[in-house]
Design a protein around this ligand. Sequence first.
Ligand SMILES: *Cc1c(COP(=O)(O)O)cnc(C)c1O
Length: 422
Amino acid sequence: MSDCYNRNFRKITDFSPFLCNFDEKYTLNTVKMKKQTQAIHTGYMRRDAYDSLSMPVYHTAAYEFDNAEIMADAFTGRILAPDYSRVMNPTVMYFEDKVKQLTGANDAIAFTSGMAAIANTLMALGRAGANVVTSGHVFGNTYALMSKTLSRFGLEPRLVDLTDIAQVEAAVDADTCCIYLEVITNPQMEVADLRALARVAHSRGIPLVADTTAIPFTQFNAHQLGVDIEVVSSTKYLSGGATSIGGLVIDYGTVKDFDKTMRFEMLLNMGAYMTPHVAYMQTLGLETLDARYRLQSANARDLAERLTTLPAIKRVNYIGLKDNPYHELALSQFGPTAGAMLTIDLADKEACWNFLDNLRLIRRATNLFDNKSLAIHPASTIFGPLTQQERDAMDVLDTTIRLSVGLEDVDDLFEDIRQALA
Ligand SMILES: *Cc1c(COP(=O)(O)O)cnc(C)c1O
């Protein structure tokens, strides 16, 4: 009885197991259930008053308390009870708990966007005078966040070739707050050795932070490869239908006080917590993530193989192809699937633009891992604001088209690409 208040809130003394098995009705065999079953059946924090089968969308800013003592306990974190939706919301917590169950992480924290997840993580780990050892081969806004925004506050990005471990070792010093990378870079399609980077990071007492947006966490266990903190743009595979913008920070509990800082400092002070309606849509996306991803990655492999037969295409860059330089490493890190992003190189920029203009089925759009297949010319769009010199330094070529392969029939996708090149 002492552990329980009249409103069924769990009393907690430790912040770290922040979200835990909620409704006992659904948690009996949670540990034994397979991931896909967990993705569907993770229970609610409290039983819904109407036994709603879907998680209700709690569109509320604040929550009422029965008495002053419960209120004080909620505000000081002694019980797990939402007080204000900038920090906690039952619909968002349900989404977070599903991610936590699927990854086996210490905590999963949902943000308004992938960029918010990345920015809040770097702000929690860094400080003025510190540096982040990373690469120029990162998502355009991540690059700008580090080189423009955060560097104004004294956090220095150190750009190295993360596939060259000697360079990484030389760049890390006493002021390095983390090593940061993307598991498949875009559009270079480069794969760094996570185990080797983790060895460098851990031997110097710093965390390895990985943006795993390109391969879903249902497919590989980043923590087993040495990743301490995962950041994800849930806008992509997870939302699936490109319904909403969202981000996740998945914390494996290896960095002292990180989880506490994220929840009780960053969420409170930066105010970038996911909203309940987005959490509802992304929870639906999460339930079908694995099924969609398996079809999408199989489509990408099939399409990549067929594209190598077209003479107008100078190069197909897909880590799932056996002759790709990162194929073996990717296989050992991510397992048999290789994602649904690939690039093709054509003769020149004009050929790329003509190709885009001739597409009839594949959509001209940014974004990745929508149900629809998408094509973009990164050099003139995402990297368009940069100078030619900066693009050269980032290996963003004028000849490259990026394709995100969707759920369509591969015959139709191949036919569209064939006719657009003709
Ligand atoms: C899209 C993307 C981001 C940014 O995510 P948003 O949800 O658009 O803010 C970060 N990293 C990678 C690898 C991405 O593809």
